[in-house]
Design a protein around this ligand. Structure first.
Ligand code: SF4
Length: 249
């Protein structure tokens, strides 16, 4: 299949997903063929998708990236979520050799010193484990929403990810935060207690702070970098991104 064929297939899927509700979107993707992988950061959007997959018992693999720098609240939520929905979440870890090499070059917390050092840390702790989680997958499901930031305002329901050679599906692309909260309440979905303490978006502990009134949902991520488009490389192709876009979840 050519790259153009993949693009057309993704565009057809995008149009079909637009007309469905969340269970319908996930059921369609699960039946698409090949291996569907959902990567969760245990954020509130991801918890909604996990709940919908678990409640419908869909054949979708659920994975998470245990970076080694997560909040305790996030790490605890993995087990709680497995128990609540009777599912198993695969954990992917960074390589110790990579962490040692990073620490030798930049220092363990060198990510505060430069954007390059921050991207290098995200590469070791997130992108390398993500590549393992997605190895052999045909579909990658994410919890991206258009309302999360300006950088995500054009998020489609499905797109071909040429770098990873798979179709990336964002079943919550058109959901508002109000939609998310209503689902969480209706289905008694466990969520990270940090959300109630001012953390709408939660990543690694040293790189996430609570937001102030009026700030955007992702303002607490890598707050010391003064750029609205900051990301970690999971959802912006490295080759196409400006340096600050490379290195969310
Ligand atoms: S979010 Fe921070 S600690 Fe986590 S991988 Fe990126 S730079 Fe490293």
């Amino acid at each position: 299949m050519t790259s153009q064929d993949h693009e057309m297939r993704a565009q057809r899927l995008d149009a079909e997903l637009a007309g469905l509700d969340l269970p319908g979107r996930l059921a369609l993707v699960a039946a698409f063929g090949g291996r569907a992988v959902f990567t969760t950061s245990l954020g509130i959007e991801d918890q909604v998708i996990t709940a919908a997959i678990g409640l419908a018992r869909l054949p979708v693999e659920i994975s998470t990236l245990e970076t080694g720098r997560l909040f305790k609240e996030t790490a605890d939520l993995i087990g709680e979520t497995e128990e609540r929905f009777g599912i198993s979440i695969r954990r992917f870890h960074p390589e110790q050799d990579d962490i040692d090499a990073y620490a030798a070059k930049y220092g363990l917390n060198g990510f505060y010193e430069s954007v390059e050092a921050r991207h290098a840390c995200c590469h070791v702790r997130k992108l390398v484990p993500l590549a393992k989680a997605l190895s052999g997958a045909t579909i990658w499901i994410t919890g991206l929403r258009r309302g999360q930031s300006g950088n995500r305002a054009a998020t489609p329901f499905a797109e071909y990810d040429a770098e990873r050679d798979l179709i990336k599906v964002n079943p919550l692309a058109d959901w508002s935060l109000e939609d998310i909260n209503a689902y969480v309440e209706a289905e008694a979905v466990p969520t990270n207690p940090l959300h109630k303490r001012g953390y709408p978006s939660i990543g690694c502990e040293p790189c996430t702070r609570a937001i102030k009134p009026g700030e955007s949902e992702r303002a607490g991520r890598w707050w010391w970098e003064n750029d609205e488009k900051r990301e970690c490389g999971l959802h912006v192709p490295e080759a196409a991104a400006t340096p600050l876009e490379r290195t969310p979840a």
